[in-house]
Design a protein. Sequence first.
Length: 305
Amino acid sequence: MLDSAPLTESVVTGLPTGAVREQRRRRNPLRTPATRVIRHVLLIVAALIMLYPVIWMVVSSLRPNEEIFREPGIILDSFEFENYVDGWNALSYPFNVYLLNSALVVAGSIIGNLVSCSLAAYAFARLEFTGKKTWFAIMLLSIMLPIHVVIVPQYVLFSNLGWVNTFLPLILPKLLATDAFFIFLMVQFIRGIPRELDEAARIDGAGHPRIFLQIILPLMVPALATTTIFTFIWTWNDFFSQLIYLTKPNLYTVPLALRAFVDAQSATDYGEMFAMSVVSLIPIFLIFLFGQRFLIKGIATTGIK
């Protein structure tokens, strides 16, 4: 079966299909079979180099503790699963307690960002109010503000409220649309939705709440999915904020629990730490595996290309 693209071009130019292919190959020498093979080999080598630390961590989690740094390769002579069994109960509480704590913080952060950022984005994209451009610019400037600048006044505020050693300082700010990146992402997406849909709904008597809930929100699924994935990954991997507000072992999240495996006063059991690190990577891998098509679509349709 002939390729449709060369066949169409051959009909237009009046040249045989083989001649058309030869002309295209001459115009672009990188399209030869040899260059394609070399390009794929280089991509595979680069992917293996980037994945080597993860592969080494997985392999090390299946080795006895005394062989982890003595055997630098990634070839296993035998599989040792004791690190996973011992690491699960190595700390003050079973590791499922820390997984549950991280899940609670992540769920609250995702719900907070989806609700607050979508409402703020609709206001910036569809409503007209005094100082709209000024407030939008201030919102964008807040993206460049590092967390280290505001962490001290935030800690003083939450400490006076008695919220230290609770999950509230990690979840409540998300309900106030503090992640300007997601607001900007959703604003760009909403601006791509035709205003004729809003006008048609307004003719039928719909107000802004109904337009947002029944028209804009269902069309924002790619942007909402992108927000969900990024919030999950960033919150699950967050160490600094959780280290500041959570000091009780029963409230530790996964990053804090992994840090607890490192003991400055005695020998560190790296095998158990690597085993629990592999366990902590599984949710991130799954959320990215099943949500990558929404992630790509959301980024491609929000102007961030």
